[in-house]
Ligand binder design. Structure first.
Ligand SMILES: Nc1ncnc2c1ncn2[C@@H]1O[C@H](COP(=O)(O)OP(=O)(O)OP(=O)(O)O)[C@@H](O)[C@H]1O
Length: 257
């Protein structure tokens, strides 16, 4: 299922947060949003998981306007891991992951064996099966992040929207989470701060600056010293990763402001 944003503009507090954004995530592709703090990455994602209605433009999910879908239908198509994904009450990890199944059940539908197996598998995939009986609130930041990713996977969506999915994760878990996101065969739109991880994990990147797309294409096309200098204000060298060949950046000092 593909995702398309056509000329999306978001205005808030008399300011344009994103302007005329055009973006496409082909079915099954992993597309990254990169850009400096405040460039509009989360705002863009919030429009896709319908936490924010654009002032203009449309967000299409499998060709349908996301705001025209019922909540249940959109939750069957799309799962999101957001910056404000949190759990208020003292649920166990297994219960938190089970919440991912709710779009597939009636309002008070019981968990089936299939639901339980899907949730157990999702926890195994993020390396968190051993945490199933723990209270979610007692987990470390990285453990919580992995459990929330498991909840999104348990939702069995076609599209996954991820806002900084590697936040809090140590390097091994960062690589594992991005590898499993790639292997899941889903359509993925992810905001990522780490440009080297983005280059390794994404088929295509969109670079945002001040709410506009300033570059898009494959990581090789986009992550050039010129773009990095212009958008991030940092001088960088690009080298090919010795085994994967993905472009990797080595940074010099920030350029003068
Ligand atoms: N409801 C709002 N009202 C006013 N300004 C807002 C609102 N939401 C976001 N902004 C502003 O819009 C800009 C873009 O924010 P956004 O969170 O999309 O950036 P981002 O690229 O995700 O940043 P970061 O990398 O810091 O997470 C910021 O300047 C932010 O302060």
């Amino acid at each position: 299922m593909d995702v398309e944003l056509t000329d999306v503009t978001v205005t808030a507090a008399g300011r344009r947060l994103i302007s005329d954004l055009r973006l496409r995530v082909p079915s099954g592709a992993v597309v990254g949003l990169v850009g400096p703090n405040g460039s509009g990455k989360s705002t863009t994602l919030r429009c896709v998981y319908r936490a924010l209605r654009p002032s203009a433009g449309r967000v299409l999910l499998g060709g349908d306007d996301v705001f025209a879908l019922s909540l249940r239908d959109s939750a069957r198509r799309l799962a999101a891991l957001t910056q404000d994904s949190h759990v208020e009450f003292d649920f166990t990890v297994a219960e938190v992951v089970t919440m991912g199944r709710s779009p597939h059940k009636g309002l008070v539908g019981p968990d089936t064996d299939q639901d339980r197996e899907i949730c157990a598998e999702a926890l195994r995939r993020v390396g968190a099966a051993h945490l199933a009986a723990r209270s979610f609130l007692t987990l470390s930041g990285g453990e919580r992040q992995r459990v929330l990713i498991a909840r999104a996977l348990a939702q069995r969506p076609a599209v996954l929207v991820l806002d900084e999915p590697t936040n809090h994760l140590d390097i091994r878990h960062q690589l594992e989470v991005l590898a499993l996101v790639r292997q899941a065969g889903l359509t993925v739109l992810a905001a990522l701060h780490d440009l080297n991880l983005a280059a390794a994990a994404c088929d295509r990147l969109y670079v945002l600056a001040e709410g506009r797309v300033v570059a898009s294409g494959t990581p090789e096309e986009v992550l050039t010293p010129e773009v990095v200098a212009e958008v991030f204000g940092v001088r960088a060298h690009v080298v090919a990763h010795p085994t994967s060949g993905a472009p990797q950046l080595i940074f010099d000092a920030p350029l003068p402001r």
